[in-house]
Write a protein that binds this ligand. Structure first.
Ligand code: PLP
Length: 394
């Protein structure tokens, strides 16, 4: 059967599990983009975090809020979630009514704080300035059960994204914020985010040392240090230490700075979910003597990141459901919309003689892939299917 995946699958896309990418292509020859989700891979990564991270693991829902992702994480033992909005809060509670939610978007509408606190039982909020502190206090009044997490920043270093350009108090201000929260009698935590795709474990050490300094100057003892996300994914051309080295570096510095007396939390998004999902796109047009490919998905679909950061995603080409050997021919890759920015930042290295109808499967698309997809120009985001075995991109 060929045709539109959305019309073919919507009714049963839920729990049906296909063997692998080849089985999906052979059975459906999908014309529309498809996300292939491998629950085993996600469960394994969750286990790696839960066993290896020296503290509580909280999942950053923004990376991928798909219900099947949340369900798999809950089944794997994750019960804390970093949420950025009311829809994320509702989504998580729908799946896990007793989930522990941390509303760690540092800037929130006061109405969102109020609904989170009053209707959804959220008792953990991040902030990086006094006006946000006042908003949270105005809603929660004197509730000493509320956890206020002060976010600070350092100069950008070692990550693909500079999160400090938008959020985080300078250390001096973080000291003052901690003191102000303590004066109100509420519970206190301190947090940072080294930036997504942090390629150097030592950056966490520097942040933890700065955290120790802030805590000492503030003269308060937070009940938690939340080290944010930033755990990297292993894209092509990235020579990175294994996750365990990140965990060890964090444990060592935390032991040195806090003598193990302040519990840690992390909130991985990318490092947790990226490898569990691939995106199966289809070649709809070839031009420029075969050197430019138009796919049925692009930067307005699941590949926004590939237009803003220089990450090389692994790819496998399928023809008639059979894998083609890897190739090194260089292609400009365009998405299907009328917009010229709908083009991948980097040319892709794919086999020679790509054809209309070939499927290109991009790996590591589980984080900030479907989560940021739009329906610009009427092109609908891809549909999710489950696979037993995710493609091995080597
Ligand atoms: C507060 C917070 N925590 C965690 C994350 C997840 O980061 P990453 O995907 O780098 O793990 C983000 C990402 O934006 C964030 O804003």
């Amino acid at each position: 059967m060929t045709g539109s995946i959305s019309t073919v699958f919507q009714a049963r896309a839920g729990d049906y599990v296909y063997r692998d990418a080849s089985a999906v292509i052979r059975q459906f020859r999908p014309h529309d983009p498809v996300y292939l989700f491998c629950a085993d891979r996600l469960a394994q990564r969750a286990g790696q975090f839960l066993r290896g991270f020296p503290g509580t693991v909280s999942y950053a829902v923004k990376a991928n809020p798909e219900a099947r992702v949340l369900r798999t994480l809950v089944a794997a033992g994750i019960s804390h979630f970093d949420v950025a909005s009311l829809p994320e809060i509702r989504r998580v509670l729908n799946i896990h009514p007793r989930a522990r939610l941390h509303f760690n978007n540092p800037v929130k509408a006061v109405e969102a704080i109020a609904e989170a606190y009053r209707q959804h039982g959220v008792r953990s909020f991040a902030l990086d300035e006094f006006s946000e502190l006042e908003k949270i206090q105005s809603v929660t009044s004197n509730d000493h059960g509320v956890l206020y997490t002060v976010r600070f920043k350092l100069a950008h270093d070692g990550a693909a994204y500079d999160f400090g350009s938008k959020f985080g108090a300078e250390p001096d201000k973080a000291v003052a914020l901690l003191q102000a929260v303590a004066a109100g009698g509420a519970r206190i935590a301190l947090t940072f985010h080294p930036g997504s795709q942090c390629t150097d474990p030592a950056v966490y050490g520097r942040y933890l040392e700065a955290a120790a300094d802030i805590v000492a100057r503030a003269g308060v003892t937070p009940e938690l240090i939340n080290i944010g996300g930033g755990f990297p994914e292993y894209y092509l051309d990235t020579a990175l230490p294994p996750l365990e080295q990140y965990f060890q570096a964090i444990a060592r510095t935390s032991q040195r700075c806090f003598a193990g007396n302040i519990p840690l939390m992390c909130e991985p998004g990318r490092g947790m979910v990226a490898a569990a999902v691939s995106l199966l796109a289809r070649v709809i047009h070839v031009r420029d003597c075969g050197r430019s490919l138009f796919l049925n998905d692009g930067v307005y679909g699941g590949m926004l990141e590939q237009s803003v950061v220089d990450l090389r995603f692994p790819a496998q080409v399928w023809r008639e459901g059979r894998p083609l050997p890897p190739g090194s021919a260089s292609y400009q890759v365009f998405g299907p919309t009328c917009d010229p920015i709908d083009r991948l930042l980097r040319p892709a290295a794919l086999p020679d003689h790509m054809q209309v109808g070939d499927h290109v499967e991009f790996g590591l698309l589980g984080a900030y892939g479907s989560a940021t997809a739009t329906s610009f120009n009427g092109f609908q985001p891809g549909t999710y299917l489950n696979v037993l075995r995710g493609t091995d991109f080597g």
